[in-house]
Design a protein around this ligand. Structure first.
Ligand code: F6R
Length: 234
């Protein structure tokens, strides 16, 4: 794993957006694996800014989101489909038919493989070390499946996105598994802010897979970059 520490959210997001833009320009049919949550929001703003300024062509790019809540009504403002539309898709020239989310009616891993696999996987990280919604205890061999969210994840997401109301947060989601994530050709994990200090420090020390720290699965991939800011650093 390569670690790159940059000053702040702005610098980190510019860096990650720059990597994505380079890929989209060099490979007009690239497949991107995308994350939701607070971490990539600024990165997505830079992608939209670049699209407005440089008309980067997203028409043949395909995106595959990591996860989606289960149990929210379609069109709910906290569903990841709505989040992605508002934060990114409406601001670039991506085709609606080229954006994919996991759902219970399809085999997401087969779908991704049949589209040629993911070229670039963007990840955030939970305060408990989850990637996607692979909570502690997730198996290394896990594929896309229904998962139970931990109390910690429900609390964190309630405070960030559901006005602190834990009863509004779905208790389950569908998430790409650790194996699904490790299939990507390149992985970039972004960690921002003080709340990620502990997990960044754990990642820096991490040498092998530990089932209680799902992000440790990334030690098994040979092209992983961890971008973090000064606040996330001890
Ligand atoms: C989101 C996802 C999660 C988040 C993680 C961090 O699609 O897969 O793993 O990346 O929960 O969330 P934030 O960015 O809100 O701190």
């Amino acid at each position: 794993m390569e670690f790159i520490k940059l000053k702040d959210e702005k610098e980190c997001s510019k860096f990650v957006a720059g990597e994505i833009i380079k890929l989209v320009k060099n490979n007009k049919k690239a497949n991107l694996g995308l994350a939701t949550g607070s971490t990539p929001i600024q990165t997505y703003k830079y992608l939209i800014e670049d699209f407005n300024q440089n008309k980067t062509n997203w028409k043949k790019i395909k995106t595959f989101n990591l996860d989606e809540y289960l149990g929210l009504p379609a069109g709910h403002k906290q569903s990841y489909k709505v989040f992605m539309s508002e934060m990114l898709f409406e601001g670039i020239s991506i085709k609606p038919k080229n954006v994919f989310f996991p759902n219970t009616d399809q085999n997401y891993d087969k779908l991704i493989a049949s589209e040629g696999g993911i070229d670039f996987q963007l990840l955030g990280i939970g305060t408990n070390g989850h990637i996607g919604f692979n909570e502690p205890g997730s198996e290394l061999e896990s594929l896309t499946r229904i998962v139970d969210l931990t109390e910690e994840t429900i609390n964190v997401n309630a405070n960030k996105f559901f006005d602190g109301d834990t009863t509004e947060v779905p208790k389950q989601a569908i998430s790409m598994g650790l194996k699904s994530i490790l299939e990507a050709k390149k992985i970039v994990l972004l960690a921002l802010g003080e709340s990620k200090r502990e997990v960044v420090s754990k990642l820096l020390d991490c040498k092998e897979f530990d089932i209680n720290f799902p992000a440790s699965a990334l030690t098994l991939h040979d092209d992983v970059t961890i971008i973090y800011d000064e606040e996330a650093s001890i």
